[in-house]
Design a protein around this ligand. Sequence first.
Ligand code: FA5
Length: 382
Amino acid sequence: MTDLIDQKQAALAAIDASTSIDALEEQRVAALGKKGWVSLALKTLGQMSPEERKEAAPAIQAVRGEVAGAIDAKKAELEAAALEAQLASETIDLTLPAPDQPKGSIHPVSQVMDELAEIFADLGFSVATGPEIEDDWHNFTALNMDESHPARAMHDTFYFPDKAADGAASSSEAVGQQKRMLLRTHTSPVQIRSMKDEGAPVRLIAPGRVYRSDSDATHTPMFHQVEGLVVDEDIHLGHLKWTLETFFKAFFEREDIVLRLRPSYFPFTEPSVEVDVGYSNEGAGKEGGRRVVGGHGDAPGHDWMELGGSGMVNRRVLEFAGIDADKYQGFAFGLGIDRIAMLKYGMNDLRAFFDGDPRWLNHYGFSPYDQPTLSAGVGVRP
Ligand code: FA5
């Protein structure tokens, strides 16, 4: 019995001296575990006479209770101390100055895309999308530019490595060419995809990124276009002109916009017209950037900027897309979104659009609260 008392005193001292939950667990196993000294003492009860047992059992149980109680108490104490330490390490000093807010802004191209969608939605257009990694057929062939068509060369196309050219037999080359993959050079393939999917009539815009190997102040290798397509019965060039004028007046929020429609050529439209807008270089925008001011591009200090191409959809294109070209006609246009953003918000150089310079973004970017709406205005500046 004295052994037991000694062991108890030693265990209580060790429990009290434990500085971690792990150390405490060791003490628990040593005393109360299967082979712990308390458990072994309990086992000796079986060999005792009933009288001895009557005396020894309560004593062992008392020791057991005392040791278990000490372990529980120490455990609670250690856990409380750990929590205290964690809370102390996580306190926030509210008297410190607030850290700089990370400040983002809406890129002018995104803002202009939202403005376009808002204006065209009001004219009954829906918004369509298509893949940026496109195949040769949708980007060129179905738009009436077969393989030998010279207009293909004008697009400075980024092609993906040609699988057919990697040692495949030349007999499969014709098939390979049709499926040759590229970065789309314009948004016009969305015309084909939409007509194939939806048939006629259609009335849509398709804004998105396009790619050409091209770079100067008004050309970048990646830029944005918005395609417009209307196919219905009795559609004519007058509808195209009215739509473009109505759009540009709403977009630039002025009535004196002067558009110049120049006869042009696109394989997928016939007749084709290029759309220019008159603008001023003279201090109208912030830092005197290019800006539409209304008026004629031939006036002194004014010039014309080419914004896009358009025309009546070539019947070959309608046929490629599975539309009855005797019943339906259509007009289409493709405008450079970055260019119209430059003219609206007065930037001079297109390349800065994609440099990611926070000073530029801060200056020309929009607040997320400036959601363009026709009622509140589509051209709100922060
Ligand atoms: C086209 O891309 C035709 N798909 C447009 C079209 C659609 C015509 C439907 C008829 C019917 P173009 O290559 O001219 O056409 O480009 C259209 C506009 O994109 C240009 O007027 C210009 O505003 C813009 N653009 C062209 N290349 C660049 C470039 N590298 N960087 C910025 N904008 C560009």
